[in-house]
Design a protein around this ligand. Structure first.
Ligand code: E4P
Length: 212
């Protein structure tokens, strides 16, 4: 399973990139709005830092407008992936964009049937939202397992991005359940490094070294 970072913040992206574990970035309109900057300028900056897939979401809701917006976003850099919401219009846009060779990420996936439809429309990635499903008393990780199983049975090469990750256990479980990628906020990435025995071990090694 690869790591993407889920943010539009440049400092966070640079920090994650410097750790050497980053394969891509996902953004969404809420994350970009928080930054208070020009969307296209920010995408130019992000794509110049991270060579992997950078997901940029369309704002339009009609297929023809999404297609135009998607083409515009894709022209910013070769590593842009156009993020499209899971609706009938969204999937029409995914089909048209994928026919043009543009990578797509179908977002706001909350059921296996949505993931299967998105894959059949030609999506490069589907993004099931774990945390938001957990929030309403469902099991987001079970959804990842079901999608992974269906894609495996039918030899579908659309990749699963585990999204809406809230804590380190989500990351471990997403990897075990067959997600190809987890898109993770920086604060959760940093928590993945932590173990009290690692800290104690470093302290003890240094103390022994200094007492030699
Ligand atoms: C993924 O692509 C989304 O941007 C993101 O993971 C949503 O997470 P949230 O539910 O924490 O907003």
């Amino acid at each position: 399973m690869l790591f993407f970072i889920d943010t539009a913040n440049i400092d966070e992206i640079k920090e994650a990139q410097s750790l050497g574990v980053l394969s891509g970035v996902t953004t969404n309109p809420s994350l970009v709005a928080k930054e208070g900057v020009s969307f296209h300028d920010r995408l130019r900056e992000i794509t110049s830092i991270v060579p992997g897939s950078v997901s940029a979401e369309v704002i339009s809701l009609k297929a023809d407008e999404m297609i135009e917006e998607g083409k515009e976003l894709a022209s910013i850099a070769p590593n842009i992936t156009v993020k499209v919401p899971m609706t009938p219009d969204g999937l029409k846009a995914v089909k048209a964009l994928s026919d043009l060779g543009i990578k797509t990420n179908v977002t706001l996936i909350f059921s296996a049937n949505q993931a299967l439809l998105a894959a059949r429309a030609g999506a490069t990635y589907v993004s099931p939202f774990l945390g938001r499903l957990d929030d309403i008393g469902h099991n987001g990780l079970d959804l990842v397992s079901t999608i992974a199983q269906i894609f495996d049975i039918h030899s579908i090469d659309t990749e699963i991005i585990a999204a809406s990750i809230r804590h380190p256990q989500h990351v471990t479980d997403a990897a075990l359940r067959g997600a190809h990628i987890a898109t993770v906020p920086l604060n959760v990435i940093m928590q993945l490094f932590k173990h009290p025995l690692t800290d104690q071990g470093i302290e003890k090694f240094l103390a022994d070294w200094n007492n030699r």
